[in-house]
Write a protein that binds this ligand. Structure first.
Ligand code: CMP
Length: 162
């Protein structure tokens, strides 16, 4: 099935034009349709709100592990994500969520280098925080995150047109 996901190129990667271009090309090479794309800078409160929202996954009874709010790296993460420009995409493809996460590789860079040396994070990631990219991890978080970055976007309308 055709699926939408939210992908973000984080400030560490956007800071390097060659890396940004390589990542953009990677999206095109992997048969994603770029539905929306925008460059933006988060204020600190945007960053806090995004990762606090993430933590609400807990209330749906899942993913305690991936919730960032309250974890030891939360402050570091919030600061990093509001440290400079980033690029957000809505991507479409069959099984988009899974395919984008597969391309990124594991969150932790050392693990990425070990288990998936061809992945984005293995190739470009600097640390577990500065790990170049983000991707939604489920249909529910894709919906929430797409709405967070692109409040005017209507998925139903877009699907109808396709
Ligand atoms: P992402 O999966 O996009 O969203 C949560 C983020 O937390 C993750 O990327 C990393 O950027 C960040 N993070 C920082 N430190 C850690 C860590 N030790 N383990 C997992 N994620 C971390």
């Amino acid at each position: 099935v055709l699926q939408l996901t939210l992908a973000v190129i984080k400030p560490d990667a956007v800071a390097h034009p060659v890396m940004l271009e390589a990542l953009h090309q990677k999206i095109l090479d992997n048969n994603f349709v770029i539905v929306r794309c925008k460059d933006l800078v988060w204020r600190r409160q945007d960053s806090e709100r995004f990762y606090a929202e993430h933590s609400e996954l807990q209330h749906f009874g899942r993913e305690r592990e991936t919730a960032s709010y309250g974890r030891f790296f939360y402050q570091r993460l919030v600061e990093f994500m509001s440290s400079g420009p980033m690029r957000a995409y809505i991507l479409a493809r069959e099984d988009a969520i899974h395919h984008w996460r597969e391309l990124m590789g594991p969150t932790k860079v050392f693990r990425a280098r070990y288990t998936s040396p061809a992945s984005i994070r293995a190739q470009f990631g600097l640390t577990d925080t500065r790990n170049t990219t983000h991707g939604s991890d489920s249909v529910e978080s894709a919906q929430r995150e797409i709405h967070f970055f692109f409040p005017d976007f209507c998925a139903e309308e877009w699907m109808e047109k396709e």
